[in-house]
Design a protein around this ligand. Structure first.
Ligand SMILES: CC(C)(COP(=O)(O)OP(=O)(O)OC[C@H]1O[C@@H](n2cnc3c(N)ncnc32)[C@H](O)[C@@H]1OP(=O)(O)O)[C@@H](O)C(=O)NCCC(=O)NCCS
Length: 395
């Protein structure tokens, strides 16, 4: 078996047959191939590897260039996608070799973190990834937001096609990238698919001419559901503007479904609002995303409220293994290698869970991601307070 990096031009012949078989009803038609070919331009900047036997492609992996906010610092990120192997070549370790090489390449490209949506989390746990929350869905009848129908708000909401909304939508995405822990964006090339999506509207909220919120959506049918993507907001005014817009569909749709981050509490959006807030994970289609650090350098500069230091040893991961002194000073973290005895021994999943704020140090130990000395439990917890990331992008 040989591994090589493929160009965007080869994707249709090399990756399409593998990924179509893995993710679509098959056998497919020429129209399926054409539909895939039409998406080729979005893959111009991805890094893709293929494993071949005598020139026959048998497995492939892809990294999408993305950026992500981790505790206030925006890192280049490898968004792992299209992880596939031919059924004849499964369980031979090809994907393990491909993924390991892809993560190495990503590090060389200075991507300090990585994220993915797993078909089965235990598969990616073997590669050091740890789970972060999947977005929730709020489902409600628009009548519940009746109180918003007539109130005057200092802003406006406009309905646009994704192409017409794209420039302002991108501005909003990049503002949220800077402001929200966990938020991630694609590069300009890959985000083209958002611009060219013809299946949705985008409601854009503006205040003083500046975009402050957006929600992509489609109306399934008259009297049916309005199905929205993520409610992207910069604050309560943006959220209220968008909810008012959704409320004004009261005579048109029976229900609104909208995706929200875990820190949104729809119960508090209105006095008489009956709402179901659902967080559902299912495999293989709806896994919660997973993340990992690709380098301990990713910790430098992360925001922390604590001024203290802890020595940790990271084990079992070729990219992160070593002893480090992690110090909080004047609001941010600094990490350096050390020879001191460690106060905590962590796996890649353990240190990644702390960095992303999804587990506290005791939970890290209870999940089997490391051992932490009793006095270091509190110190690590102070350096890395829990803080749920909002990973918006689905890929
Ligand atoms: C998932 C898939 C890519 C695995 O490919 P594969 O070639 O069998 O993977 P490998 O042989 O390299 O296995 C890698 C490791 O994962 C383990 N593994 C394989 N399938 C697993 C599963 N379903 N759950 C947990 N671990 C699994 C293997 O035992 C191996 O572990 P080890 O290296 O620690 O011994 C392949 O089955 C596939 O193409 N499935 C359909 C498409 C899909 O679901 N892709 C993933 C999208 S996120």
């Amino acid at each position: 078996m040989q591994i090589r990096q493929i160009s965007a031009d080869e994707r249709l012949d090399v990756v399409f047959p593998l990924s179509f078989y893995a993710f679509s009803p098959s056998p497919g038609t020429d129209a399926d191939r054409e539909a895939y070919a039409s998406r080729a331009p979005y893959y111009g900047t991805v890094t893709a590897l293929v494993a071949e036997e005598e020139g026959r492609p048998l497995a492939s992996v892809t990294a999408i260039p993305m950026r992500q906010n981790v505790r206030g610092v925006v890192h280049d990120m490898a968004g792992i996608a299209t992880v596939v192997s031919h059924p004849e070549a499964r369980r031979k370790g090809y994907v393990r070799q491909l993924l390991t090489q892809l993560l190495e390449l990503s590090r060389e490209q200075d991507r300090l973190v990585s994220a993915l949506y797993p078909f089965r989390p235990s598969f990616y746990a073997r590669f050091g990834y740890v789970g972060v929350p999947r977005v929730r869905t709020a489902i409600f009848a628009p009548e519940g937001l009746d109180h918003l129908q007539r109130i005057e708000l200092p802003g406006e909401v406009v309905r646009l096609t994704p192409a017409a909304a794209f420039a302002e939508f991108s501005t909003l995405m990049h503002r949220l990238l800077g402001e929200r822990h966990g938020f991630a964006v694609f590069d300009e090339v890959f985000s083209g698919w958002l611009r060219d999506d013809k299946t949705q509207w985008v409601a854009l909220a503006r205040v003083g001419g500046e975009v402050v919120g957006a929600v992509p959506y489609r109306v399934e049918r008259y009297g049916g559901d309005l199905v929205a993507g993520d409610l992207l907001t910069t604050g309560p005014l943006a959220r209220t503007l968008l909810l008012q817009y959704l409320a004004r569909h009261v005579d048109q749709v029976a229900r609104v479904q909208v995706k929200i981050s875990t820190d949104e509490v729809p119960d508090l959006w209105g006095t008489d609002l009956a709402v179901l807030t659902e967080g559902r994970t299912e495999f293989p289609r709806q896994g919660a995303p997973m993340v990992r650090l690709l380098s301990m350098r990713a910790l430098n500069g992360l925001h922390t409220p604590a001024s203290l230091d802890v020595t940790v040893e990271v084990t079992g991961d070729s990219f992160l293994a070593g002893r480090y002194r992690i110090a909080g000073d004047a609001g941010s973290l600094a990490v350096e290698e050390t020879k001191d005895d460690p106060q905590a021994t962590l796996t890649c999943a353990g240190i990644s869970a702390l960095a992303y704020g999804v587990l506290d140090p005791l939970e890290v130990t209870l999940r089997g991601f490391g051992q932490v000395d009793t006095d270091a439990l509190e110190m690590l917890g102070a350096l890395f307070p829990k803080k749920m990331p909002y990973l918006f992008a689905d890929f």
